[in-house]
Unconditional design. Structure first.
Lengths: 375, 414
């Protein structure tokens, strides 16, 4: 059994950690947090130069042609650094949708541009309240144009193109949904930035008015493609959440060692020690579930749907738990804007919703476990 | 990443599999498969006798304590081979329950601290199950604070004379030998006045009394010592070094990788898949699904955490500290899952009978037994301390009795 990343992959992780420590300090994250830039353009450029944006994109489309395990270790570091860049939207959602369903021409157009950092992509799925479901897709596609409103769209205000879920039928089945590719710079859209929990990652509303769009994948296959994209993104986001959990735990641990109260380090009080021990437990369970997700993703195993849901739930819970208790360990200082705790708290809670809420994924997991048990 | 064996591992697995297929007591297979929670019981046979027969057969073929050196009854197997053996032994591994304390704790302590003569005399018979060992550490006034123990051992010539009481001793009633920690000097701070011994449980003055537990069963014992004589040759480590020696034992307790920790998740999943509530099957209820999913990912998280440790062993590396979370997570889960399964049964949940309605009372039994899972082998609180101190590097607890001579430590309420 070799249920671990290879030495090369670990080396890549170290390389990514070192790079992000230099280029993505909390100070850099704060530039975006404070609204002085929509995202960290320099960092984005650097990520492209390092080959991180295209790590899982085949060489023929301008990527490094490594694989999803390599992308997982980079994702972990992106989460640890709380990177204020549209990495998940572009790399986990848009690029994966293209890899799964794109035509050769579509891949040739967008994938090299993603790898080089020239194009930011996103997925436009949600339309107000609600979780991923064909029923919640109201935006229509007819005669090659889209009409409707998507929100929230992660990184929508800075994206160059979007993969859009649209209704092309009314049978009440999954086949009513088709995917489209939209060049957001080509007109037909109105984009508004929306305030959100985590200002280091933008959210937008996109209004499509007779917007020209080309189909992505076959008509009626939209939901099945989306399900695959969301499963892949669930695993990759889980690694970001694992990285964030570990960082929040370390911050709490370090503060507990540093801070003196009642004449002793607060980390010597059992109430604090046990809180940190429980954070370690959550983070460890999440990491192990995510490793299984990584294995399923990298081998395209039949277990992926179940593994992705388990990784998603476990990592969401761990990051929320660690980020929340990191503030608690810090006491009053943790509730200041000046300390970095709230950045992880914001990110943890925003990420918990991005691909659909925890309860949605819990529901998915049980469905998938039942399917497996029945088989 | 893969879940495949290396060629050597595959060959070893094949050998183990063939041997188990040819030699295992198949007549107990079904009964053993069903008893997934709590202690193992066989309806018509004595667990210890059946276990001894299986262990002896294994020993003769070199499968007992296989990771021990050959001269002490093992086969010199690597840690990963031990894990593979456990996987292949499968349900029959449950038959080794009476030997687990000896194999996991007493044996390694004798191995580390015993004389060559003692190792050759005692370890092979421990490995083969011919002689069963128990561990005599906890006392009524020394549980988590085991260094606060009171049992006295006083030197008389070449012997030690022991007086006192131990408690929570699993298997003392069928054990041949015991690993005993006792206080040999009450005038120095508590950790410094302890010494480790082993003794014949049939020695005059040893009295074993079963404890009736909160769940109504009797699995543990109290052991009383009245002027019990132990030869000095049965001392392990130097006089006053008992605490260091005990750490060998306790470290081994927590190193059991690939051990089978019950969580209750498969049982709850099956239960919810069949239980009809007013609005339909329990598993179709969003609230039920949410709880079930949260427990399912804890359970899978534990499983894959142990896979990570196994992978480290496979590479010849020392596993990381991740495995320390196992008992902490599974102990709490068992209790919570039992409570929830009964909640789903409504008023009938109160019934403990073995009828259809209560699914043979399995969750009721789990509820009553689960508190011990959170206490035995390190309480949840001690385990959290261990994670906080050894994994996260937080300071040890401030110990007000650390430098005080043992006989000056306040004793009220003990």
């Amino acid at each position: 059994m070799n249920f671990d990343f290879s030495d090369d992959q670990k080396q890549l992780r170290d390389q990514a950690r070192k790079f992000l420590a230099e280029k993505c300090s909390p100070k850099a994250v704060r530039v975006v947090l404070d609204g002085k830039a929509p995202y960290d353009k320099e960092l984005w450029k650097g990520l492209a130069e390092m080959g991180f944006l295209g790590v899982a994109i085949p060489e023929e489309f301008g990527g490094a042609g490594a694989g999803h395990l390599e992308l997982c270790v980079i994702a972990e570091e992106m989460g640890r650094a709380n990177a204020p860049v549209p990495f998940s939207s572009t790399v986990y959602l848009a690029a994966e949708a293209l890899l799964i369903a794109g035509s050769d021409a579509q891949k040739k157009k967008w994938l090299p541009a993603i790898a080089s950092g020239e194009a930011i992509g996103t997925l436009a799925l949600f339309e107000g309240k609600g979780n991923p479901s064909p029923k919640n897709v109201k935006l229509t596609a007819a005669n090659g144009v889209l009409n409707g409103v998507k929100k929230p769209v992660a990184d929508g205000a800075i994206a160059d193109f979007a993969v859009v879920a649209a209704r092309t039928g009314s049978s009440g089945r999954d086949g009513d949904i088709s995917l489209f590719l939209v060049d957001l710079k080509a007109g037909g859209v109105e984009v508004k930035s929306l305030t959100n929990l985590d200002p280091t990652r933008g959210q937008a509303e996109i209004i499509f008015k007779d917007c020209k769009a080309e189909p992505l994948g076959a008509a009626g296959d939209g939901w099945s493609i989306l399900t695959q994209v969301l499963d892949r993104a669930a695993v990759l986001c889980a690694f970001e959440q694992v990285g964030g959990s570990d960082r929040a735990l370390e911050m709490g641990r370090d503060y507990a060692l540093d801070r003196i109260a009642f004449g002793r380090q607060i980390g010597s009080f059992q109430a604090v020690k046990h809180m940190l021990a429980d954070m370690y437990v959550s983070a460890t369970l999440a990491r192990s579930n995510s490793y299984y997700g990584a294995w399923a993703l990298s081998t395209n195993a039949a277990e992926l749907p179940e593994a992705a849901a388990a990784a998603r739930i476990s990592a969401t819970q761990a990051f929320q738990h660690c980020a929340k208790n990191n503030i608690q360990v810090h006491g009053g200082m943790g509730f200041t804007w000046e300390f970095d705790c709230h950045m992880y708290y914001r990110r943890a809670n925003a990420m918990a919703l991005g691909l659909g809420s925890l309860s949605y994924w819990e529901d998915q997991l049980i469905d998938r476990m039942r399917k497996k048990n029945a088989a | 990443m893969n879940f495949d064996d290396t060629p050597q591992e595959a060959a070893f697995r094949e050998t183990a599999r063939k041997w188990v297929a040819a030699n295992a007591p198949k007549e107990f297979e079904q009964e053993l498969s069903k008893s997934s929670l709590g202690r193992i019981r066989l309806a018509k046979h004595d667990m210890v006798e059946v276990g001894k027969a299986w262990q002896k057969k294994k020993a003769e073929a070199g499968w007992a304590c296989l990771h021990w050196p050959k001269e002490y009854g093992g086969r010199g197997a690597t840690p990963i081979e031990r894990v593979i053996w456990q996987q292949e032994e499968g349900v029959y591994g449950k038959l080794t329950q009476p030997f687990q304390i000896g194999e996991g704790m007493c044996g390694p302590t004798v191995m580390a601290w015993g004389s060559e003569d003692a190792k050759r005399r005692y370890l092979p018979k421990l490995a083969s199950g011919e002689e069963i060992w128990c561990q005599l550490f906890s006392e009524p006034s020394a549980g988590s604070d085991v260094a606060g123990l009171r049992t006295r051992a006083e030197k008389k010539g070449d012997n030690w004379v022991v007086n006192g009481q131990k408690i929570w001793t699993s298997g003392a009633h069928y054990s041949d030998f015991g690993l005993l920690i006792a206080r040999t000097d009450p005038n120095v701070p508590k950790h410094k006045g302890l010494t480790m011994f082993f003794l014949d449980m049939k020695s005059p003055g040893v009295e074993v009394r079963p404890i009736k537990q909160a769940n109504g069963m009797q699995e543990f014992n109290e052991v009383y010592f009245t002027d019990v004589v132990i030869p000095d040759g049965q001392r392990l480590g130097a006089v006053g070094e008992g605490w260091s020696v005990s750490l060998t034992t306790l470290m081994n307790e927590r190193m059991s990788i690939g051990s089978r920790l019950a969580t209750g998740v498969p049982e709850l999943f099956e239960f919810c898949s069949n239980l009809m509530l007013e609005a339909g099957l329990a598993i179709d209820d969003p609230a039920v699904r949410s709880k079930l999913a949260s427990w399912a990912v804890k359970s899978s998280g534990l499983k894959y955490t142990s896979y990570r440790a196994i992978s480290a062993l496979s590479k010849g590396e020392r596993p990381g500290p991740e495995n320390s979370i196992g008992k902490l997570v599974s102990g709490m889960m068992l209790q919570d899952i039992a409570t929830y399964a009964m909640d789903l049964q409504g008023a009938a949940g109160v019934l403990t009978g073995a009828d259809e309605e209560t699914v043979h009372g399995q969750f009721q039994q789990m509820l009553l037994s689960s508190p011990s899972m959170r206490i035995a082998g390190g309480t949840d609180e001690i385990l959290r301390n261990i994670i906080a101190e050894r994994v996260l590097g937080l300071p040890g607890d401030i110990r007000v009795d650390k430098d005080v001579p043992y006989n000056e430590i306040p004793t009220k309420g003990r």
